[in-house]
Design a protein around this ligand. Sequence first.
Ligand code: EPU
Length: 316
Amino acid sequence: MTPLTVITDPPPTAADAGVAELAARLTPGTFLRVNEPLAPKTTLRVGGPARIYVEPGTEADLAIVRRVCAGHGLPFFLLGRGSNLLIRDGGIPGVVVRLPGGAFSAIRVEGNRIHCGAGARLREVANEARRNGLAGLEFMEGIPGSVGGALRMNAGAMNSQTFTVLESVRFMDPAGEVSERPVAEVPARYRECALFRDHIALAAVFTGRPDLEAAVKARMEAYGRKRWESQPPQASAGCVFKNPSHSAAGRLIDQLGLKGTRVGAAMVSGVHGNFIVNTGGASAREVLELIELVRARVRASSQIELEVEVQIVGVD
Ligand code: EPU
């Protein structure tokens, strides 16, 4: 087994009293680092480090992290694939946890059901469903996130969303207790599931509809083509704003001629108005300024208050 890795350079301050306890209690196979850069772990590639970063090897270790955080009053943040996330330049001054591969990312198909760990990538879930002749999860192929992130956000694409194909979830509460609930008992709406603001998704069961593998594959390919034509390939956090009712944020921004608008190295994509791309070395501050500029222009022209979809975390 891999030994517990603790790298403490620079050394932790008194504010990190939890580090010593974590290092003492976590088992080998769990990974702990201080001042871990987070920008490379996000698709937008901006933001500062995590004061304490943990990849738990087991659910028991994850529960220990939660309890130690509660005991020391340390803020806890669960990082998924970092695809819908803007971390401020000062980073996250608490504990950041990411579920690694292995048991947290397993995908297993039984009949029409797809059992997935929260760390599994959505693209792999969609492909596994296709290989087993199950339809309904094709929309996941192009979402660059994990199952846990998709549950938190009720992620969607191509007029479908995560909770539509969800049957049940397993999760850990802030005290470290694990339970399971059917989807009917987990309220969710467009791009939001409140339960996973403070509960950690551990696993999900999705249900597919039997179909020919070739038909599922054809739909996935069509979705992929649509995405490549309408969304930018550069570093971004996906759509920045939720769509307001009865309109599309991207269209509103496009109609105002804001594509190509820049603050430093952050730019409103020329391909899709609801994407801000990092053209190289952008700071979180630049992205945030551009978001505010766009909101102000939309507000002034149409009285619509755009709501940010991307999760903004950390300190300046
Ligand atoms: N449009 C423009 N100009 C633009 C962008 C879009 O006129 O610059 C128009 C399009 O022509 C279309 C309408 O606006 O008539 C909607 O555009 P699109 O089909 O690209 O969908 P969207 O509503 O902008 C949503 C999701 C995406 C998802 C796509 C594809 C939201 C906020 N966005 O985008 O999700 O990939 O549908 O299904 O709901 C995300 O949530 O991060 C995300 C990327």
